[in-house]
Design a protein around this ligand. Structure first.
Ligand SMILES: [Ca+2]
Ligand SMILES: [Ca+2]
Length: 401
C-alpha cells in the first residue's frame, strides 16, 4: 500500500503499512500517515493519493482484481494580520499626519489611528481595534469586517490627552472560508502595536548679570545681560521675558535682538519681550540692554533688578526662571554730587567808572570867559543882530582854545 503526496514531505511514495507489524489492511481498518512539511507563505493545496494491491488476509496478492486507489486534497493557507498604531493631534484628524510619538500638551484633543492589514492568504473577520486598559476602541464598520488578503483598512478613535501614555492596541482576525463562514477550527490571528503620547516640557532657566556691582554714581550707564537657557527636553514655544527696574535706574535701551519683540511697560519701569521662534532644547540665548543711574536713589542703596522667563511649554522647575542683578549706590558725595560753585554773573576786572557825558559844544562856547570876553561881547551883539548865526560863531571860538 503506497501513499503519495508530491507537494509535501520528501515527495517520495510512502509504504503506509511499514512499521505497523502487518503487511495487510483488513476491511474496516484504517491507518494514519503523518507527513511533516513546511507550508509556504502563499499557502498550499496538497493532493495525495493512495493505492494498494488487493490480497488475502495473509498478504497474498490476488490477481484478476482491480487495484483499489483513492485521492484527496487538503488546503492550508496562512492566516495573519498586522496592526500599525499611530497618533495625530486634534479630533478626527487625517491619519496621514499621524506619528509614532505625538508631542501634545495635556487637555488637547487627539486621534488614535489604526491601520489593519490582512497579511495572510485567507480572508479574516475583523471587528475592532482596542486597548482595553485605556478604554480605547475603534469599531470596524460591518461592511469592512470581512478583510480580504492584502487589503488594509483604516480606523481611528478620538481621545483627549490626559498625560503621557502608551497605547498597546490589539486586533484579532478569525479566518473565513471562501463561503464567508468562520472557520471555527482555524486559530484566531492577532497583532499588537503601540504608539505614544508625550507631553512637551521645556525647563527654562534665566540668569541675569550687571556690568558693575557698584558703587555707581548718578549718570553712570550700566549694562544688563539676560541669559535664557532651555534645558529641554523639548523646544519651548512662546518664550517671554519680563524685566523690572527699581527706583533709581532708568532704561536707556531695550534688548535689540531681531528674534525678540520688546516693548516698555506704560510707566517705563519695566519691559516685556516675546521670542518669535521656538527656543530649541539645549540652546541658550542672550539679551542685553543698558540703563542709567538716575538721581532718585539715596546713597549706599542696593538697586535690585529682576527679570523672569516663561513660555507656553510646561516648565517642571520654576525655581530658576527668575534672575536678579544688584548694584549699589556710593556714599553721599558720589551718589549725589555737590553742585560746583556758581560762577560770577559778569566775569572780569572791577568795572571802571563810566566817564561823564561830554557836554554840547554850544555850552562850552557860552562858558568862555577872560581874554575872550571882548569877543563874547561882540558875538552877543552879533547874535542880537543876526539871530541864527550864533551857533557857528560859538563852535569856531572853541577851536581857538
Ligand atoms: Ca506604532
Ligand atoms: Ca525652569
Amino acid at each position: 500500500m503506497l501513499f503519495d503526496a508530491p507537494d509535501i514531505g520528501s515527495g517520495d511514495p510512502i509504504d503506509v503499512l511499514e512499521g505497523t507489524g502487518s503487511n495487510v489492511l483488513l476491511p474496516g481498518q484504517s491507518v494514519v500517515v503523518l507527513v511533516l512539511g513546511e507550508i509556504p507563505d502563499i499557502g498550499l493545496i496538497s493532493n495525495a493519493t493512495v493505492e494498494a494491491d488487493p490480497s488475502d488476509v495473509q498478504g497474498n496478492v490476488l490477481t484478476g482484481v482491480a487495484r483499489p486507489s483513492d485521492d484527496d486534497t487538503a488546503e492550508v493557507r496562512e492566516a495573519s494580520i498586522s496592526l500599525e498604531t499611530t497618533a495625530a493631534a486634534g479630533a478626527g484628524s487625517d491619519c496621514a499626519d499621524a506619528v509614532e510619538v505625538l508631542l501634545i500638551p495635556s487637555g488637547e484633543d487627539m486621534t488614535w489611528c489604526f491601520a489593519v492589514k490582512n497579511t495572510g492568504a485567507i480572508s479574516l473577520l475583523v471587528r475592532e481595534v482596542t486597548d482595553q486598559a485605556l478604554g480605547i476602541t475603534a469599531a470596524i464598520p460591518p461592511g469592512l469586517q470581512n478583510l480580504e488578503p492584502g487589503i488594509t483598512i483604516f480606523v481611528s478613535a478620538n481621545d483627549v490627552v490626559q498625560g503621557p501614555v502608551v497605547i498597546d492596541a490589539d486586533v484579532k482576525g478569525k479566518p473565513l472560508a471562501s463561503s464567508g463562514a468562520v472557520l471555527d477550527q482555524a486559530p484566531e490571528v492577532a497583532d499588537m502595536d503601540p504608539a505614544r503620547v508625550v507631553i512637551p516640557g521645556a525647563e527654562l532657566a534665566l540668569v541675569k548679570t550687571i556690568s558693575t556691582t557698584g558703587p555707581v554714581t548718578v549718570g553712570q550707564t550700566v549694562t544688563y545681560t539676560l541669559t535664557i537657557t532651555n534645558n529641554g527636553p523639548h523646544a519651548a514655544s512662546g518664550v517671554r521675558v519680563v524685566d523690572d527696574l527699581p527706583v533709581g535706574i532708568s532704561y536707556l535701551s531695550l534688548p535689540g535682538d531681531a528674534d525678540w519683540a520688546c516693548s516698555y511697560d506704560g510707566d517705563q519701569a519695566g519691559f516685556g519681550c516675546l521670542k518669535s521662534t521656538d527656543l530649541a532644547s539645549g540652546v541658550s540665548v542672550t539679551l542685553r540692554y543698558t540703563a542709567q543711574i538716575n538721581s532718585s536713589p539715596p546713597a549706599n542703596t542696593a538697586l535690585i533688578n529682576v527679570a523672569e522667563v516663561s513660555s507656553d511649554t510646561p516648565d517642571g522647575d520654576l525655581s530658576n526662571n527668575r534672575g536678579e542683578a544688584q548694584t549699589v549706590t556710593g556714599t553721599g558725595e558720589t551718589a549725589i554730587p555737590t553742585p560746583p560753585p556758581r560762577p560770577p554773573e559778569y566775569p572780569g576786572p572791577f568795572p571802571t567808572p563810566v566817564p561823564p557825558e561830554t557836554p554840547p559844544d554850544e555850552v562850552l562856547g557860552l562858558a568862555i570867559t577872560g581874554s575872550s570876553s571882548n569877543l563874547l561881547g561882540m558875538l552877543s551883539v552879533a547874535m542880537l543882530a543876526l539871530g541864527g548865526l550864533l551857533s557857528v560863531g560859538s563852535r569856531r571860538s572853541r577851536k581857538d582854545d
